[in-house]
Ligand binder design. Structure first.
Ligand code: RFL
Ligand code: PHB
Length: 390
């Protein structure tokens, strides 16, 4: 089988790239390791920057997002039993974020691909890349017992942090930068109205907590837990008890508990691999970088990578210019490192770090106080939270 772009991974990065390419008349095939049902059932991020919303609109998949997405003009920080609102819209000259689950984004993209009748291989086993340093790269895999080979011009590595693409690059051709945090987030999804109309990021001496949502009827909550914690150790009751202890009393009192629809633990990590290109292989999204979820940047970075990669591929195939592909990695990384910095900083600001000494704890409190008391400091947070320009 032959195609122009072989896309490895049917997460948001791979599906969005496939949709944009298909609409531009560029042939592509998606190869995904898991089943379609598994891909559609993953619960992950929930906050979209304006740039991502605009890109989904350009891709023709923003209909339901425009009807059901919740536009938020602000977010709240909570500490020392008080709630402080950061007015995103006022501090950024009118910018906002949209609350719409990654699960829904994925669903809309899968549906659009099916409607266009573009080929996708799900449950592909033993995916391997070949001849990526030539202009005739190949992808081999198995569907059940049947061996498949895909010949292509370009491979888009959209297969996430644990994927095969980054690992196919020779070690001496790529450099990794990493920080692993000594804790994770225990997340719980529940069909109960959100505790408050906007997201609440809470710092507490017992640890960080986050009140988020998916709709006016569905809430998503997170609490910081030690690194090696097991989900089984947390009943729904224990989760809500701990969550309430970390929130201001007025919020804890109105928060409605309920049975979890989903409960899972995500580790926290900062990671960047550069460059994001080797020969005809281009990495995008979690395949090249990870952020801790505190700044809500992971999904949005996958989208901005795809913006740059799509533009570069369009130049390559339609304008016959290699300039875009040559500059893809540097363009994408310039934005990625700034989002890495913001996510790392938000993580440091809001979590409890077991190793911090009393002086460092006072510094953390002073920074929180400064942030909610200084419009200049709050504006820096707001500018990053709504998303830096593409
Ligand atoms: P994805 O979504 O991981 O998709 C990669 C796809 O590639 C497939 N794959 C392979 N396919 C073929 N061959 C192989 N060898 C393959 N290996 C893997 C996988 O099955 C998968 O379908 O990456 P993508 O598209 O780059 O999208 C990135 C986002 O998903 C990610 O940044 C965010 O979801 C990160 N993230 C969160 N971000 C937030 O902003 N807020 C959150 O609350 C939040 N929660 C999370 C998260 C990531 C998590 N992970 C990665 C475990 C919670 C979790 C649990
Ligand atoms: C979520 O709703 O899952 C969510 C929201 C904001 C974050 C992280 C996760 O910073």
């Amino acid at each position: 089988m032959r195609t122009q772009v072989a896309i490895i991974g049917a997460g948001p990065a791979g599906l969005l790239l496939g949709q944009l390419l298909s609409r531009a008349g560029i042939d592509n095939v998606i190869v995904e390791q898991r089943s379609r049902e598994h891909v559609l059932s993953r619960i992950r991020a929930g906050v979209l920057e304006q740039g991502m919303v605009d890109l989904l609109r350009e891709a023709g998949v923003a209909g339901r997002l425009e009807r059901e997405g919740l536009v938020h003009d602000g977010v709240c920080l909570a500490f020392a039993d008080a709630l402080h609102r950061i007015d995103l819209k006022a501090l950024t000259g009118g910018k906002t974020v949209t609350v719409y689950g990654q699960t829904e984004v994925t669903h809309d993209l899968v549906e659009a691909r099916q409607a266009l009748g573009r080929p996708s291989f799900y449950e592909a086993q033993d995916v391997a890349l070949h001849a990526i340093d030539t202009d005739r790269p190949r992808v081999s895999f198995r569907i059940g017992e049947e061996a498949q080979e895909l010949q292509c011009d370009v491979i888009a590595g959209c297969d996430g942090y644990h994927g095969v693409c980054r690992r196919s690059i020779p070690e001496n051709a790529i450099t990794s930068f990493e920080r692993v945090y000594p804790f994770g987030w225990l997340g719980l999804l529940v069909d109960r109205p959100p505790a408050a109309p906007e997201l609440i990021y809470a710092h507490h001496e017992r640890g960080f907590a986050l009140c988020s949502m998916r709709s006016p009827e569905r809430s998503r909550y997170y609490i910081q837990v030690p690194q090696n914690e097991r989900v089984e150790a947390w009943s729904d009751e224990a989760f809500f008890l701990e969550l309430r202890r970390r929130l201001p009393v007025e919020i804890a009192a109105t928060l409605v508990a309920g049975p979890a629809i989903e409960k899972s633990i995500a580790p926290l990590r900062s990671f960047v691999a550069e460059p994001m290109r080797f020969g005809r292989l281009f990495l995008a999204g979690d395949a090249a970088h990870i952020v801790p979820p505190t700044g809500a940047k992971g999904l949005n970075l996958a989208a901005s990578d795809i913006r740059y990669l799509f533009d570069a591929l369009r130049e390559h195939f339609l304008d016959h210019s290699a300039a875009g592909l040559e500059s893809y990695s540097a363009r994408a990384l310039a934005r990625i490192w700034k989002a890495e910095r913001f996510s790392w900083w938000m993580t440091g600001l809001l979590h409890r770090f077991p190793e911090r000494n009393p002086f460092e704890q006072r510094m953390q409190q002073a920074e929180l106080d400064y942030l909610v008391g200084s419009p200049a400091a709050a504006a820096a947070l707001a500018e990053n939270y709504v998303g830096l320009p593409y």
